[in-house]
Design a protein around this ligand. Structure first.
Ligand code: CA
Length: 227
């Protein structure tokens, strides 16, 4: 579970990072809205915590732009008490929940657990794209037209889930490496290529028109060629 924390008050940020790491979350911290937005758009996070008042770009704006890119990662907004009206703006912006400062750590952790459950639930059923169905619980990939199906390994399942969740977008091998393996390094890039080949073979095995297209020098994209 990888969390993006965008909070400009350094002491507050450091304290939160420490607590979240103790809770076994992986955390990346940004201290202004511009770097926060860039990180948020990478698509590698499972949860985002955004402060509202930030230098350069505020938290609502980050949430809006993230949703515009069809990134559905749960977002928790942190607002000051004086910004209570902003709650509405926060929910309108695409944030999933908000927490008013000052808050109890217990409360923050409870909200994060609830949001991460929502994230798991939303990807826990059957995902559809083009002529394929991906049953996440049984790790089965099925072609809708000929009903042929195949089991996926854990990594193949995560790759297919990630590609379907980001349909219409090209995912870079860096994004895929960080999302699936948690690291971004040469060794992981090789893993991405190896597992892309495995996953492609599974799609070919069920004779699906949906394929993983390699975009040279950029990354991978899921496409259905039956249209
Ligand atoms: Ca702030």
């Amino acid at each position: 579970m990888r969390i993006l924390l965008v909070e400009d008050e350094k002491r507050m940020s450091q304290a939160l990072v420490e607590i979240l790491r103790q809770e076994k979350y992986e955390v990346d911290a940004c201290y202004d809205g511009a770097s926060g937005l860039e990180a948020a758009l990478s698509g590698i996070y499972d949860l985002m915590i955004l402060d509202v008042m930030l230098p350069k770009i505020n938290g609502f704006e980050i949430a809006k732009r993230v949703r515009k890119k069809s990134i559905r990662t749960p977002i928790l907004m942190l607002t000051a008490k004086s910004e209570l009206d902003d709650k509405v703006a926060g929910l309108d912006s695409g944030a999933d929940d908000y927490l008013t400062k000052p808050f109890q750590i217990k409360e923050l952790l409870a909200r994060l657990r609830a949001l991460s459950r929502r994230n798991i639930n939303s990807s826990g059923g059957v995902l559809a794209f083009g002529d394929i169905l991906l049953d996440v619980n049984s790790a089965t990939l099925t072609c809708r037209t000929n009903r042929q199906s195949v089991r996926l390994s854990e990594k193949e399942l995560h790759i297919m889930e990630y590609l379907i969740a980001n349909q219409g977008q090209i995912l870079t091998r860096e994004q895929i490496a960080v999302k699936i393996w948690g690291y971004d390094s040469e060794a992981e890039y090789n893993n991405v290529e190896v597992y892309m080949t495995f996953t492609r073979k599974k799609l070919a095995f069920i004779e699906a028109e949906t394929k993983i297209k390699a975009v040279r020098g950029i990354g991978y994209e899921l496409r259905c060629f039956d249209v």
